[in-house]
Design a protein around this ligand. Structure first.
Ligand SMILES: Nc1ncnc2c1ncn2[C@@H]1O[C@H](COP(=O)(O)OP(=O)(O)O)[C@@H](O)[C@H]1O
Ligand SMILES: [Mg+2]
Length: 311
């Protein structure tokens, strides 16, 4: 299952289900194919779950998902004995309820821990031991040996520093690392088209460009991922239909200067709904999400096309 040839097959089949990301897919497959555990570092919405879901589906193994947070204690990740049954029957292997780590080890799946750096220190230590030994020993239950395809894949947002632990060097020393960033605009247009069934290139190009601009704006510390662009396109299509506003045909990537005002209003309202909760403003700046989005909308539709026009 983890031989080089099957890794090559999997790459071909996964590539058909994912827009772009060939290099990341290749590096990730090489690491898990080599039997390694991996830490993926990247902001939200950068294909981490998509890649892992596609790889495990193609490999025919489970993807066991768990979110890293303060509640993810060692007992929760390993499992616990059902208290009611313990009262009746005393502790036994039969009344042990497997947690995600034991589930993934038993089934030879990938244990995918999002926001890894939000998990408590003792949970990280439990995981390190499981990664090193490929087995866990649970008191009054016994020892679980991991099937050969068991992997730990962790992810974290490198810009996240609320409620996080700085990962110790012993964690970093035991995992391979893949850094992942936002895709280019063309790939993001491909993703939005794929996920929305929206066949209006004008609206998709605008949704992607407006969302990408939130990542560049000086007053925004973290802008929106492609998830925001997907929602701008979905909400805008609904609004256009509710208001009977035609979607302009112009399919160029750059917005033309003569876009009708009702269409521009649809795009602004869709931005408000889809993006205002997704952008994180710099706390030292006195502004609102609405006015920041307004600037982005004006720069994109009203200032930029005029500036680009000849003469
Ligand atoms: N490369 C891609 N190909 C197709 N869809 C993608 C791609 N990247 C992201 N998406 C879509 O964007 C959304 C967020 O992607 P996801 O993989 O869940 O991000 P992450 O796990 O990094 O937060 C999902 O709806 C997913 O379908
Ligand atoms: Mg995800």
């Amino acid at each position: 299952m983890t031989t080089i040839s099957s890794v090559t097959d999997v790459r071909g089949r996964v590539a058909a289900r994912v827009v772009g990301r060939q290099r990341e897919l290749e590096l990730l497959l090489a690491a898990v194919g080599a039997g390694r555990d991996v830490l993926i570092e990247g902001p939200p919405g950068t294909s981490k779950s998509t890649l892992l879901g596609a790889i495990t589906t193609e490999w025919g193994i489970p993807l066991v998902f768990v979110e890293g947070n303060a509640d993810l204690t060692p007992a929760r990740i390993v499992g616990h004995h059902n208290p009611a049954r313990v009262l009746r029957e005393d502790y036994s292997a039969n009344n042990f309820v497997a947690g995600p780590l034991v589930q993934a080890m038993r089934s030879g799946g990938f244990l995918y821990i999002e926001e890894f750096n939000r998990a408590p220190e003792d949970t990280l230590n439990t995981l390190l031991t499981a990664m090193a030994e490929r087995r866990v020993t649970v008191p009054r239950m016994g020892t679980v040996d991991a099937l050969p395809t068991f992997r730990v894949v962790a992810s974290m947002n490198p810009y996240d520093n609320v409620g996080t632990t700085r990962l110790s060097s012993s964690v970093h020393d035991r995992m391979c690392r893949l850094a992942i960033t936002y895709q280019d605009a063309e790939c993001e247009r491909g993703i939005v088209a794929l996920r929305t069934n929206n066949d209006a290139p004008r609206m998709i190009a605008d949704a992607v460009a407006l969302t990408r601009a939130t990542r560049e704006h000086a007053d925004i510390t973290q802008g929106s991922s492609v998830r925001g662009a997907i929602d701008v396109a979905l909400v805008a299509a609904q609004l256009a239909s509710l208001r009977s506003v035609p979607i302009p045909r112009a399919a160029d990537v750059e917005p033309p200067r003569d876009l009708p005002e009702p269409y521009l209003a649809v795009m602004f309202d869709a931005m408000l709904v889809a993006l205002s909760g997704r952008i994180h403003l710099d706390e030292t700046v006195e502004t609102t999400p609405e006015s920041t989005l307004r600037t982005i909308w004006e720069d994109y539709f009203l200032l930029r096309p005029a500036a680009a026009a000849p003469g």
